[in-house]
Design a protein around this ligand. Structure first.
Ligand SMILES: CC(C)(COP(=O)(O)OP(=O)(O)OC[C@H]1O[C@@H](n2cnc3c(N)ncnc32)[C@H](O)[C@@H]1OP(=O)(O)O)[C@@H](O)C(=O)NCCC(=O)NCCS
Length: 284
C-alpha cells in the first residue's frame, strides 16, 4: 500500500475528522504502510482536513528521558519520544509547546495558545493542557495504536482521585528561549507500589460497543476517533461503580475486537493487515 497526502486526508474524513476540529493524536507511522514523504505527509494530511480553523495537538512527552537527573527540558528543541508523527507536530513552524518536564503537548492552530498556556498543578488535571482538550470539546485520534496509548485516560484517573496514583514533585532544569538554564519543577503522578498496570483497552472496547468511538481504516492503520466529552460522560458512572475499572484485572489487557493488535519490540500497533505495515528494506 502506497499512501499519499490526498489518500490519507480522504481516509481521515471518512473516519469523521472535520474542518475546524480540535484533534489530539497518538500514532504509529509504520502501522499505515508506506507513506510517501513519511511523517511530514501525515501531518500535512491532518492539517489539510482540519483547515485553518482547526487545531492539531500532539504528545511531546519525554517521561523516560526526564528520569535522568541531568535532564534539561528545552521546549524549543527537546524531541518528543512519542513517535515520528508526534515529533513532526512538535517541529512544525507555528507550533506551541506547554511547559511540563514529562508530559508537554505541542499544538498548532487557533486554540493552540489556550491549550499550552493552561497550567494547573499537574499535566493531567482539569485545568492543565490535556484537561483543556476536554473543556474545549476536542477529539482524540488513535492512529494505528490501541487505547493503551490513550493518555486522556490519565485525566480520568486524576479527576476521580483513583487510589493507585500519588503525587510527587520532579525537579530538573529548563532552557529558556534566551538559552539561560533555570531550575524548574512540576508535579507528576506516580504509580502506587501495588499498581497492577492499566487496562485502558477495557474502556476503549466498551466505548466501541456503545458506538462512542468511530473506527475505520486510515491506510493500513486502524484509526479510532474518540470525542472527549462523551468519553468522560461514558466513563464516569463506570468508574464510580468500580474504581478499578481502568486497571488490569489479572487476566491481562482487554483484547480489541476491531483490527489486529501487533505487539512489536518497538511498540504496540493496531492494524488491518499485519503483513502490510511498513518494513524497511534490508541493506543490500
Ligand atoms: C511506540 C510507537 C510510536 C511505535 O510506532 P512506530 O510506527 O514503530 O514508530 P514511529 O511512529 O516513530 O515511526 C517510525 C517508524 O516508521 C517507519 N517508517 C519510516 N519511514 C516510513 C514511511 N515513509 N512510511 C511508513 N512508515 C515509515 C519505520 O519503521 C520507522 O521506524 P525506524 O525509524 O525504527 O525504522 C507506537 O507504537 C506508539 O505507541 N505510539 C503512541 C505513543 C503515544 O502517544 N503514547 C502516549 C503515552 S503512553
Amino acid at each position: 500500500m502506497v499512501l499519499t497526502r490526498d489518500r490519507l486526508a480522504a481516509d481521515l474524513r471518512r473516519l469523521g475528522v472535520q474542518t475546524g476540529d480540535l484533534l489530539m493524536i497518538h500514532s504509529s507511522l509504520r502501522s499505515l504502510g508506506f507513506v510517501v514523504g513519511g511523517a511530514a505527509t501525515v501531518v500535512d494530511a491532518l492539517l489539510d482536513v482540519l483547515g485553518p480553523t482547526g487545531t492539531l495537538v500532539g504528545p511531546s512527552f519525554n517521561y523516560e528521558t526526564a528520569l535522568d537527573p541531568d535532564f534539561v527540558f528545552d521546549p524549543l528543541n527537546t524531541p518528543s519520544d512519542m513517535g515520528a508523527i508526534a515529533d513532526e507536530i512538535r517541529r512544525r513552524a507555528g507550533n506551541q509547546r506547554s511547559r511540563h518536564l514529562t508530559h508537554s503537548l505541542s499544538a498548532i492552530g487557533p486554540q493552540a495558545e489556550t491549550i499550552v498556556a493552561a497550567g494547573g498543578p499537574t499535566a493531567w488535571a482539569a485545568d492543565d493542557p490535556l484537561g483543556t482538550v476536554f473543556k474545549l470539546n476536542g477529539q482524540f485520534l488513535l492512529l494505528g495504536v490501541t487505547y493503551q496509548a490513550f493518555t486522556a485516560c490519565h485525566v480520568l484517573e486524576v479527576a476521580f482521585r483513583l487510589h493507585h496514583r500519588k503525587l510527587d514533585t520532579l525537579r530538573r532544569r529548563l532552557r529558556e528561549p534566551t538559552g539561560r538554564l533555570v531550575a524548574f519543577e512540576n508535579t507528576v503522578y506516580l504509580r502506587d507500589v501495588n499498581y497492577p498496570g492499566y487496562d485502558f483497552n477495557r474502556l476503549g472496547q466498551d466505548m466501541e460497543d456503545a458506538d462512542i468511538t468511530a473506527v475505520a481504516p486510515v491506510g493500513n492503520a486502524i484509526a479510532r476517533l474518540v470525542p472527549a466529552r462523551p468519553m468522560y460522560e461514558f466513563a464516569t458512572p463506570r468508574i464510580k461503580r468500580d474504581p478499578d475499572y481502568l486497571l488490569e484485572q489479572g487476566a491481562g489487557v482487554t483484547s480489541l475486537t476491531r483490527g489486529t493488535t501487533l505487539e512489536l519490540p518497538g511498540g504496540i500497533l493496531s492494524v488491518v493487515d499485519p503483513g502490510a505495515i511498513f518494513r524497511p528494506r534490508p541493506p543490500t
